[in-house]
Design a protein around this ligand. Sequence first.
Ligand SMILES: NC(=O)c1ccc[n+]([C@@H]2O[C@H](COP(=O)([O-])OP(=O)(O)OC[C@H]3O[C@@H](n4cnc5c(N)ncnc54)[C@H](OP(=O)(O)O)[C@@H]3O)[C@@H](O)[C@H]2O)c1
Length: 242
Amino acid sequence: MQKLKDKVILITGANRGIGKSLVKAALGKGAAKVYATSRNISKIPDFDDDRVVPLALDITNSKQIAEILERTRDVQILINNAGSLRPGTILEGEKSRMEEDMQTNYHGTVDMMRQFASVLEKNAPSKIVNIVSIVAYSPFPSIAGYSASKAALFSASLSVRTELSKRGVMIQIVNPGAIDTDMNKGSDWDMPKPDNVAKIIMDRVETDELEIIPDTRGLTMFSAWRQEPSNLAAIFDKIYHG
Ligand SMILES: NC(=O)c1ccc[n+]([C@@H]2O[C@H](COP(=O)([O-])OP(=O)(O)OC[C@H]3O[C@@H](n4cnc5c(N)ncnc54)[C@H](OP(=O)(O)O)[C@@H]3O)[C@@H](O)[C@H]2O)c1
């Protein structure tokens, strides 16, 4: 079991939503240092804590990842949280928006894992925590590009888990259902606040759980899928068709 106390943690997309809450939760756990990254450094909130090191990072910019890596070579836990959601169906959604989600959620996160793997191996025992989504198990058609990008990221995370299993780097996958952040702006669903969810995520990261579903709605969906994969497809079908 790896406690977060005294660990050096890097969190992407730390300026708002779940990422911002994960920074607070990491500090609450007694992390030694938290690299809080955002594509716009001026948007990173003041966490009023000397352990926070703000850094500019767009995960779709490979050169910038390489630069950040040089400044964070003591990182022990990489939390790939940054992500984008552009709504749209496969048949009618804008192709460029689907490509954007794939670029960020899949290619960007894969690039992070590729570039940080050797540093994490050197700092082992270490971890990569990928914030994926419940739609990795079964797609929700209104956000089809996003769903595909998260399914691809889920698959890549499983591949990397095997690649790194003998090298001291654990891969944990977080698959939330629906959390009350900007990503769900306009939804009338009753959703948990990111601060509460981030605390649950960090508790479960410490217990070395490989697949973490941090919210009740996500758990209901996960249970349906685990019982029989078409059950989750049926839930999404019902929501999609009203
Ligand atoms: N909210 C949910 O219900 C839910 C459910 C399942 C999974 N998730 C996942 O949880 C993660 C956090 O989402 P959230 O709900 O907190 O959404 P959010 O409030 O929209 O935050 C998304 C974060 O990702 C950052 N980001 C987007 N593209 C980026 C890029 N190219 N490089 C670096 N940072 C980038 C955003 O930065 P800017 O401010 O610069 O845009 C922002 O900090 C995402 O991976 C999301 O897919 C969320």
